[in-house]
Design a protein around this ligand. Structure first.
Ligand code: NAD
Ligand code: TYD
Length: 356
């Protein structure tokens, strides 16, 4: 496939910014169009290093706006869509499920319908097109502490409003393949970590709190297990799957890297303290056990052997190495963190485009 114009939605967010950077740098012959509404989670400072590249365009738009999506696809003659835009934080979904249904379900549907209307209007229709939907392992529900893994055949059993909305969007994507023949692909990835993650999520929140000696709110007993993948490994998987994945297939993405929350918290404390030259154990007392998250999924763990076997993808980093790199990045980029925690980043877009 020789794609010329690709929309990446949610490109100003955490994972999306890594995907945009990878595609803009690796494929100068493609036009990469980043469509992002710039919610609290969208930050154009994540893309400062590539925003002047000639094959990159940013469009501030809401994926729920069907007319805007359709006219952008027509204007840019879009032949590929990599869809990451979503509300992504479980705790927020517990407080405000409507926003999650709107963006994750209706937004995905609006994007699918726009692609359908546009691609079906072309003489070649769906030939050479691809709609790639990025999803999460959380749609599979929770595992027991019994060594079992989520495979591509595991039944959907979402528990949080976030995962319920993502599950619904996955179903719509498959329905567009089965009903209209749209060339779709879905991947379900485990928890990501790395640079540019919004500090509401465990790892960046705790790195920043340790640095400032603020309490670390560990939910419940800290015994929940997550399967962690370095974000650049996820972006590399997305590149491989976008180009070589089989239409209508699902691929699980994960690095066989399960960690109990409390063990990660201890690793973060010792890494931050070492890099800041603080004595060993200096910040252990920041750990604060708090009321558990409602409906807190016990364990996630991904079987990614299909992706490894069929498309040859492998994670590149060991977790300890990835955490070291990540902690260093947050410590070296305090300005990014301060802009995010103060809310200043939300003025970046207005300042950048002032007077144009
Ligand atoms: P994020 O919250 O950091 O970024 C989401 C981006 O989407 C933001 O830039 C935001 O402005 C944008 N957005 C939100 N609503 C929008 C709308 N209505 N229209 C246009 N743009 C909108 O999220 P993330 O952690 O980078 O996750 C990206 C995708 O990957 C999501 O679909 C998520 O479900 C999935 N995913 C995330 C993880 C993870 O660990 N973070 C793991 C597996 C899958
Ligand atoms: P999070 O980063 O929110 O990702 P997800 O809920 O999508 O897995 O949380 C990762 C784990 O860390 C999860 O088990 C909840 C837990 N957690 C805490 O214990 N304290 C916190 O402050 C946060 C944000 C998460």
């Amino acid at each position: 496939m020789n794609h010329k114009a690709i929309i990446i939605t949610g490109g100003a967010g955490f994972i999306g910014s890594h995907v945009v950077r990878l595609f803009v740098n690796k494929y100068p012959e493609y036009k990469i169009i980043n469509v992002d509404k710039l919610t609290y989670a969208g930050n154009l400072a994540n893309l400062k290093d590539i925003e002047q590249k000639p094959n990159y365009r940013f469009v501030k738009a809401d994926i729920c706006d069907f007319e805007a999506m359709l006219s952008l696809m027509q204007e840019e003659k879009v032949d590929g869509i990599i869809h990451l835009a979503a509300e992504s934080h479980v705790d927020r979904s517990i407080k405000d499920p409507f926003t999650f249904a709107r963006t994750n379900v209706m937004g995905t549907l609006s994007l699918l319908q726009a692609a359908k209307v546009y691609w079906e209007s072309l003489p070649e229709k769906y030939e050479g097109k691809r709609f790639y939907h990025i999803s999460t392992d959380e749609v599979y529900g929770a595992l027991k502490m019994d060594g079992s893994l989520f495979t591509e055949e595991t039944k959907y059993q979402p528990h949080s409003p976030y995962s319920a909305a993502k599950a619904s969007s996955d179903h719509f994507v498959r329905a567009f393949h089965d009903t209209y023949g749209m060339p779709t692909i879905v991947t379900n990835c485990s928890n990501n970590y790395g640079p540019y993650q919004f500090p509401e999520k465990l790892i960046p929140l705790f790195i920043n709190n340790i640095r400032h000696r603020k309490p670390l709110p560990v939910y419940g007993k800290g015994e929940n297990v997550r399967d962690w993948l370095f974000v650049e490994d996820h972006a590399r998987a997305i590149d491989i799957i976008f180009h070589k994945g089989k239409t209508a297939e699902t691929y699980n993405i994960g690095g066989f890297n399960e960690w109990k929350n409390i063990d990660i918290v201890k690793l973060l404390i010792s890494t931050v303290d070492r890099l800041l030259g603080r004595p060993e154990g200096a910040d252990d007392d920041l750990i604060t056990y708090v009321t558990d998250r409602a409906g807190h999924d016990l364990r996630y763990a991904i079987d990614s052997r299909k992706l490894q076997r069929e498309l040859g993808w492998e994670p590149s980093l060991q977790f300890e190495e990835g955490i070291e790199k990540t902690v260093r990045w947050y410590l070296d980029n305090q300005e990014w963190m301060d802009n995010v925690t103060s809310g200043d980043y939300q003025r970046y877009y207005e300042d950048m485009y002032k007077g144009r």
